[in-house]
Design a protein around this ligand. Structure first.
Ligand code: ATP
Ligand code: MG
Length: 462
């Protein structure tokens, strides 16, 4: 009883806006300004020279403390979006849920946001589940810190003196490998259910353990994700799938009970009996590429995630007497029509997916001029990578994959010889013409097992 009361009081003081932050100097945290993006530092110094407070905040500070290279940089400032916009020529105000400013320099974009007021101090609109719908009121740094999700994400680094401003013991939590919610986790999940997905993603990516009080409610509150707009969920799924830790994240989501019935995409990914091996291989492949800093494309990944649905429909249609090519196109449309809407897949990504699928039957034609035409296709490499995954998952014979790799790299005479010895007709299913297959190991990296070059899967462009 007393313990319960103490916990309640403690929680309240924790969620209240603290006034005195810890100032952690460089000799204690070890992050030198040279380790940060010079552009982000410059943005801070311009803002400071113009009389505003400005700090690098969020993921970049957290990642550096953990020893991960930061992915991108966020700056928090006391300047309003309009004041920020006026100070940087290459900048624009982005107004989705909150007004923020993108400051561009070279190939970098720094996201600059104005300190936000905490929900406690300003009225904000919520829906009937407590989800915050609208609030765009500015506040001070302490309030801004309290609005952030996890203590590890509420660290403010001042490049001018290399000091970290820490309101919620974030540095200590990171040292203890803990992902701790600021305030009451249940209330914070109600405000924004996406925080549950963020907890799982950041925990898996950074090797942090979600604190028990933030972990426990996830299972029962997962249903709130149903109220989040599909486009926002899709953005979050992209972050998760391209975090470099997709396999770990999805295993974790499964463990937390977040995978079933709420996110159509996760159902597709995790509940495909036929394509399970294919999907995990593809995710491992994506993780390897992201971690090796190679390019990855949403089109390619979604093409793999949905392939076995297409395949099932394609096979059935061919059995029913349809021609291979039109049968495939009908199957593609079926799957994309039923999935794309639910998943909020953009039209651009859908077009990429279709291109990769549509190339697949063309790998079956290894006679006449067809092979020459196929290797000239701009998406040939993506199509071939996809074919290779199909073979690695046991769907088709690896012989086809090797043949195309040989063909693509051969001189004219060798190509003719390859065409002459190619079996005609469809790629044989792996079961009938099984060769020695590699075990289901990790790291079946495209570039390692063949002599094909390290060409990107496909330019992202999204
Ligand atoms: P990464 O960029 O590696 O995905 P991040 O933590 O930087 O991680 P962003 O989406 O870039 O994620 O957000 C920047 C910062 O904004 C976060 O560190 C956090 O402080 C805050 N933030 C982002 N999303 C939320 C949210 N849903 N609720 C509260 N704070 C958030
Ligand atoms: Mg970030």
């Amino acid at each position: 009883m007393i313990r319960k009361l103490l916990r309640k009081v403690f929680r309240r003081t924790e969620s209240a806006v603290p006034s005195e932050p810890a100032l952690i100097s460089v000799d204690r945290h070890g992050i030198r300004r040279e380790q940060l993006s010079p552009v982000a530092c410059k943005v801070c110094s311009v803002l400071q020279e113009n009389g505003h407070a400005a700090y690098i905040v969020g993921g970049a500070v957290r990642d550096l403390l953990i020893g991960h290279p930061p992915k991108d940089y966020d700056v928090a400032t006391s300047a309003t979006p309009e004041q920020v916009r006026a100070l940087f020529r290459r900048s624009r105000i982005i107004g989705r849920r909150f007004k923020i400013v993108h400051v561009m320099s070279g190939r970098e974009t720094i996201e600059v946001s104005t300190f936000r007021a905490s929900h406690d101090t300003e009225a904000s609109q919520t829906d009937e589940h407590g989800r915050v719908l609208r609030d765009n009121v500015y506040g001070n740094q302490a309030e801004d810190a309290t609005r952030r999700d996890f203590t590890a994400n509420a660290l403010y680094y001042d490049p001018s003196n290399e000091t970290i401003v820490d309101y919620h013991h974030g540095v200590a939590d990171i040292r203890q490998k803990t992902l701790r919610m600021i305030g009451d986790p249940r209330a914070r999940y109600r405000e924004d259910p996406v925080r549950m997905l963020r907890a799982v993603r950041l925990g898996a990516k950074l090797g942090l353990v979600i604190a028990p009080d933030a972990r426990t409610p996830i299972r029962e509150m997962a249903v709130l994700l149903e109220n989040v707009p599909a486009a926002r969920l899709f953005d979050e799924m992209l972050k998760l799938l391209f975090s470099g830790y997709a396999v770990k994240c999805l295993q974790q989501l499964r463990a937390e009970g977040l995978h079933h019935g709420l996110l159509p995409l996760l159902d597709v990914i995790l509940e495909q009996p036929l394509g399970e091996r294919f999907v995990w291989l593809s995710l491992e492949n994506t993780d390897d590429r992201v971690r090796a800093d190679k390019s990855v494309s949403p089109g390619f990944l979604f093409a793999t995630l949905l392939w076995h649905e297409v395949l099932a429909s394609w096979v059935q249609r061919k059995k029913d007497g349809e021609q291979a090519q039109p049968a495939l196109f009908s199957a593609m449309d079926d799957v994309l029509d039923s999935q794309a809407r639910k998943l909020a897949i953009t039209r651009r990504i859908a077009a990429d997916i279709k291109e990769i699928w549509a190339l697949q039957p063309r790998f079956e034609k290894r006679t006449g001029r067809s092979p020459y035409r196929l290797i000239e296709q701009p998406r040939y490499r993506a199509g071939w990578d996809f074919l290779k995954l199909r073979a690695e998952s046991g769907e088709i014979d690896m012989e086809v994959v090797t043949w195309w790799d040989d063909f693509a790299h051969a001189g004219h005479d060798q190509r003719e010889a390859l065409i002459n010895r190619a079996p005609s007709g469809e790629a044989a299913p792996a079961k009938k013409r099984r060769r020695r297959r590699k075990p289901a190991s990790r790291n079946q990296d495209t570039a390692d097992t063949t002599r094909s070059t390290d060409a990107p899967v496909e330019a992202t462009g999204d």
